[in-house]
Design a protein. Structure first.
Length: 297
């Protein structure tokens, strides 16, 4: 049996530990972080596949100057546990997040999602009636072209059901600086040591890795693509021109499927741009909030 990440062990290095809470909701134990002052406009932050709340370590404190922030570890990721594998589908995860919001009585005014977290924000808007502004940071919205849209989730399913795969991957990542090299090769982002240490801890943990594989296996972007035209939310897509995970051209194409979307390019940054340059990411978010919510910049 794979060993879970332990807050008393791996969690010792997690940024902003003082902002962390653990919430029990039936069989599910959520790990969330809260920032900011009650009464300010509310933002929900949704990280991407394989990430955790640590990815907001630079951005959340800046946004907290003007907003109240809630950031969860997504189902089967990092320190959140208890969700069934089928709850890692787009629809299932959007439902789980909606239930978390009801449980915490946190009604967001804006959703901010990174990578797959942007797709999750759109799914949540479609299924659960959120009509406020959405910001997608290096959004993963475009399905693979042609048969690959079916092949890649199928491969992820095969890897997910093989109990050895997450363990082998995590063991491989434990040697030397392989985790750090993997992060740069897959994102072209250069992170601070704290970020690298957190990603390294996640990649080396086979239970977290299995959660990420489960999410990949159940992610249905082609169906989301058919519904994007229903969205009436004002949407800002911010994408890096050096993103090694999601090509800029893919992001530009996905932007055209959204009825009320604006597209901006970040120069010289990778897939984890909001971690590399949180001040720059915060400026886009705050300015968009001012434009759509009327909040002060």
């Amino acid at each position: 049996m794979s060993t879970p990440l332990l807050w008393e062990r791996e969690g010792q290095i997690w940024p902003h530990r003082e902002h962390s809470e653990f919430l029990q909701q039936g069989p599910v134990r959520w790990h969330v972080q809260r920032f900011g002052t009650s009464g300010n406009p509310r933002i929900l932050l949704l990280h991407g596949t394989g990430g955790s709340v640590h990815s907001w370590r630079g951005l959340a404190p800046i946004l907290a100057e003007n907003f109240e922030i809630l950031a969860p570890d997504l189902p089967r990721h990092a320190f959140t546990s208890g969700h069934a594998p089928e709850q890692t589908s787009l629809v299932g995860m959007a439902r789980a997040i909606s239930e978390l919001l009801a449980h915490t009585r946190f009604a967001p005014d804006m959703l901010v999602g990174h990578s797959a977290g942007a797709a999750l924000a759109l799914q949540g808007a479609l299924d659960h009636g959120f009509d406020g502004p959405i910001v997608g940071l290096n959004s993963a919205l475009r399905p693979f072209p042609g048969p690959a849209a079916e092949i890649f989730p199928a491969i992820a399913k095969v890897l997910f059901v093989n109990p050895l795969v997450p363990r082998i991957f995590s063991k491989m990542a434990s040697f030397g600086g392989e985790a750090e090299r993997f992060i740069y090769r897959s994102t072209h982002s250069r992170l601070d040591q704290q970020g690298l240490d957190c990603y390294s801890a996640l990649i080396k943990n086979s239970r977290h890795t299995k959660g990420a594989l489960s999410m990949m296996a159940n992610w249905d972007l082609p169906t989301l693509r058919t519904r994007m035209g229903e969205l009436t939310n004002p949407i800002l897509m911010v994408h890096s021109d050096s993103d090694a995970a999601i090509p800029l051209d893919w992001a530009k194409e996905a932007h055209t499927w959204l009825p009320k979307s604006r597209f901006e390019v970040l120069k010289g940054l990778g897939h984890l741009a909001h971690e590399e340059a949180p001040e720059l990411a915060s400026k886009w978010i705050v300015d968009f909030a001012k434009e759509t919510l009327g909040t002060p910049a």
